[in-house]
Design a protein around this ligand. Sequence first.
Ligand code: SF4
Length: 707
Amino acid sequence: KISPIPLAVRTTCAYCGVGCGVQATPQADGGILIDGDPSHPANKGKLCVKGSALGDTLDLRGRLLHPQLRGDGGMRQASWDEALERVARGFGEIIAEHGPGAVALYVSGQLLTEDYYVANKLVKGYIGTANIDTNSRLCMSSSVAGHKRAFGADVVPGCYEDFDMADMVVLAGSNAAWCHPVLFQRIARLKERRPEVMVVVVDPRRTATCELADLHLPVRPGTDVWLFNGLLSYLAREGAMDAAYVGSRTTGMAAALAVANIDCADPMEVARVCRVEPAKLLAFYRAFAATGKVVTAYSQGVNQSSAGTDKVNSIINCHLATGRIGKPGMGPFSLTGQPNAMGGREVGGLANMLAAHMELDNQEHRELVQRFWNSPRIADKPGLKAVDLFHAVEQGKVKAVWIIGTNPMVSLPDANQVQRALEKCALVVVSDIMASTDTTAFADVLLPALGWGEKDGTVTNSERCISRQRAFLPAPGEARADWKIICQVAQRMGFDGFGFGAAHEIFDEHARLSSWRNGTGEGCVRRMFDLDGLAGLGAHGYDTLEPVQWPVRRGPTGAAEGTRRIECGGRFVPTAPRAPVHAASAEYPLALNTGRVRDQWHTMTRTGKAPRLAGHVAEAFVDLHPHDALLYGVREGELARVTSAWGSLVARVQHGGGITRGSVFVPIHWNGQTASDARVGALVSPAVDPVSGEPEFKHTPVRVEHF
Ligand code: SF4
């Protein structure tokens, strides 16, 4: 008897925004073999350590398997009926008494697009508030705001192929070697193939990414706008602008240049402010001016700042000045942190967006969406962004919050404030795959959700590529898909429009909305985001959907055709440089920088299960310069207390060798469930960018002391 050959299921990785294709093959022993999907354009079969270890994270240890309700004696298991009723009734009563703005959803870049779509529809179209925000606020919202200011839409013009074709790659505020490893390997292969390609890394730390760098600019934290304004000024002075492109495809150049010239016209002064060697600064400027095919990729070092949106625009300004937008081998490129931060943006998962990249503050857009949904109302002003949302909860303005697939007790800045907020909140609902996290501890209702490998839907990666995530495991316990839980609550609240029977039906509505009245004819509203080619796929078409980059339109044969690059003009945005909100002081003399380590993800609820991933970095640490360690009386290998104005933690001192004096680095992953509470979020300043609302995770004044 021949045993059947196990069939591989093609899906996508659960982690970073590279969005690698994964093949998951069930094994006879019950395990799952994980391989890269050679046919996926994002990774062509390659996976990083985290992606390769996905199979080690699938066991049911610690999973939330049944709904739970808080009663007098603590949490108890409940039926779905009871739990859904409690959520629907609780939200309904608070809305009836205090209005729609008294409730909120806080969701996650881990959600699939279909989950995000129904959550956004419920809150903005039926409850009638825009109080739905996502943890993408913490990583990508400055890019969203920067794109919208420059291009009029949240669009990444380029694609991964540009990294194969570039003659110069600038990585600004990105430790891609650890945070986007498969894309970094792609740049490494480019460098191997063509050693003359110049790689420039702009980062206060000498990270693993610098191994590939021809030039490392260890800028003083928070000075990126000075650097790129200086570059804009240099390009203008040296006659390196693309005058034809600037004249015909852009607006606002003179104003942006005038602002750049105020503080940044003198490279020596820029070098002094950024604390980089003048010769290195000029080498960067000269190479950028002289090289046609330049990709400037940027990530959280740019976004997570109280000047994050201006940092993004200062980069885009330089690409607009040289006409290097959406052409082969060139362009600004936002590296997305999460697997579906982009998909969430597409359906309006941020408190200041609508659906299908439409705008809340645009009446035409609001009417269009409300008519399409046939919904009783539509939110007419932006809702509360993440940090403000939890302040409103603490102040009692928001009385019910539903947290889905995220752990704000660890990940938000000033995380102890989140605890105070959740303690005071009348109704805290948490949907999660794990039973015991720092956040689930404060839930009144716990709803078990499906996790990676169990759920079905779509995600969009950093290059606008929509891919399927497919289930290959049965639902554990009573866990349900997030979209289903949200629809069931909506129906119990008395709302129609949520009778979806399967994920493909939601995707179809999303695709139809994106193309509805999108064009140049009468009554149309012209929009860049368009999935017309993906409308009407049906169950089979959805199941067999191949990765495709939006906009997706129907080609001459009727087949769906994606778009590799978006060649567009844009608007220069004046970006006056400004320092981080909180400066170092005698009490808090060091600047805390936070970020990821190579083998962990977010708050470790998944990657913490894989022993092989703990081998790289086993515990939280505080990295500082040996001279600073001497000055503050701490020693490598010993414990130190790190304290800011908002909180403190204890971690082991290390000298990673890549940090400049005056800065310390602590990773974001460790949570309060481990022996020592190493939630770095508790220390982080709640200062946010005034445009995007993104917190300043890269610059909080702290002191370090012997523990
Ligand atoms: Fe997953 Fe990102 Fe690694 Fe690709 S690079 S396997 S998407 S974590």
